[in-house]
Write a protein of this length. Structure first.
Length: 311
C-alpha cells in the first residue's frame, strides 16, 4: 500500500530494509573520486573487500596513500592513486587522461567527490564551486573515461547524488549565482539536479553499449562535507546534526550493491535511495532541461578534453 505521494516517497524509502549483495568484483577495476573520507572512503573499502582494484582520484596525496595502505593491509587489495583538485577542470582532465592510459578497461566509475559551502565561492575556472566540483568535474571525468568503460562492458557508472536535488536551485541563466542571493542548500541542490539530469541523458546515449548509469542518494550519513566552513557550522555538523546521522559504512554497502549486484545487469537510468529505486523530483524528468544542461556541460568538457571524448 502506497502511503505517500511520489514527491515524498523518499521519506518512506529511507526507512526500508536496504538491498545487499555478496557478489565479488575480482579482477574488476573501479575508479572512485573523493575516497579519503566519508561515503567515498567506505565505498573504497567495501569495493576492495569484494576484490576490486580500487583506483582513487583524490586531492590530498598523504591521505590517499594512507587509504591505499589500509586497503592493502585489510583486504590485500590492489589500488592506485591519481592526484587532482576537483575544483580545477584542467587537473581533472589531466588525471583522467593518465587513468585512461594506464587502465584501458574500467569496469566501475564512482563519481563521489563533493563540497558544501555556506558562502559563494568560485573555482579557478570561474564556476560556482559546489556546481564545479559535484557536477562539472564529474562530467569531465566521465566523458574522458567512457571509451574505457565501453571497452570493459558490461560496466557501471554510479553518481553519488542526494535527495537534496529536491531543494531546487538550478537556473540555466545563473549557474554561478551571480544574479541572485546565494542560498547554500539550493546551490547544493542545483549541482545535484545537474548531475541527475545529465546522468539520465547519458543513460539514454549509452543504451546498447553495455554501460549502465545509476544515480543514488547515499543515505543520511556522517561525512566531512562542509567541514571547510566556519567553526559554528563545523560544531553544529559534528556535535548536533551528527547525532542523528548514520555511519557512512551503510553508503559503502549501497555503492557496492549498485556496482556488483547481478540482478542489476542491463538496468540503467535509475535513481536510488541507497538501494531502493524511486522517482526523482518531477523537473529532473524534463527532456528539455536534460538537453540544456547536457549541451552546456558538453561544451565545457570539450574545452578540456577536445573532441576526443566518448559522449
Amino acid at each position: 500500500m502506497k502511503l505517500l505521494p511520489d514527491e515524498l516517497e523518499y521519506m518512506q524509502n529511507s526507512l526500508k530494509k536496504q538491498n545487499r549483495s555478496e557478489a565479488r568484483l575480482d579482477g574488476k577495476t573501479c575508479v572512485i573520486t573523493g575516497a579519503t573520507s566519508g561515503v567515498g572512503y567506505h565505498s573504497a573499502r567495501r569495493l576492495a573487500k569484494a576484490g576490486a582494484r580500487v583506483v582513487m582520484l583524490c586531492r590530498n596525496p598523504e591521505k590517499a596513500r594512507k587509504v591505499q595502505d589500509e586497503l592493502s593491509r585489510d583486504f590485500q587489495a590492489e589500488s592506485d592513486v591519481f592526484i587532482a583538485d576537483m575544483r580545477n577542470l584542467a587537473e581533472v582532465a589531466r588525471a583522467a587522461a593518465q587513468i585512461a592510459e594506464k587502465y584501458p578497461k574500467i569496469d566501475i566509475l564512482v563519481n563521489n567527490a563533493g563540497v558544501f559551502n555556506k558562502r559563494r565561492r568560485l573555482t579557478p575556472d570561474g564556476h560556482e564551486e559546489i556546481f564545479g566540483v559535484i557536477h562539472l568535474a564529474a562530467f569531465v571525468l566521465t566523458a574522458a573515461l567512457i571509451p574505457n568503460l565501453k571497452a570493459a562492458a558490461p560496466a557501471r557508472i554510479i553518481d553519488v547524488n542526494s535527495e537534496a536535488h529536491r531543494f531546487g536551485g538550478l537556473k540555466m541563466n545563473d549557474l554561478d549565482w551571480s544574479k541572485r542571493p546565494y542560498i547554500a542548500m539550493q546551490a547544493y541542490g542545483a549541482a545535484k539536479i545537474a548531475q541527475l539530469l545529465t546522468g539520465l541523458e547519458l543513460a539514454q546515449r549509452l543504451r546498447g553499449s553495455g554501460v549502465s548509469v545509476f544515480t543514488m542518494h547515499p543515505g543520511a550519513v556522517r561525512t566531512n562535507i562542509g567541514m571547510n566552513n566556519n567553526f559554528l557550522y563545523r560544531f553544529y555538523n559534528r556535535y548536533v546534526l551528527g547525532l542523528f546521522l548514520k555511519d557512512p559504512s551503510v553508503s559503502g554497502e549501497a555503492v557496492h550493491y549498485l556496482a556488483a549486484a547481478p540482478e542489476l545487469e542491463g538496468v540503467t537510468g535509475k535513481f536510488y535511495n541507497q538501494t531502493i529505486e524511486e522517482k526523482p523530483a518531477r523537473y529532473v524528468l524534463s527532456e528539455r532541461l536534460q538537453q540544456e544542461i547536457w549541451d552546456y556541460s558538453e561544451n565545457i568538457a570539450r574545452t578540456y578534453l577536445g573532441a576526443a571524448n566518448g559522449i
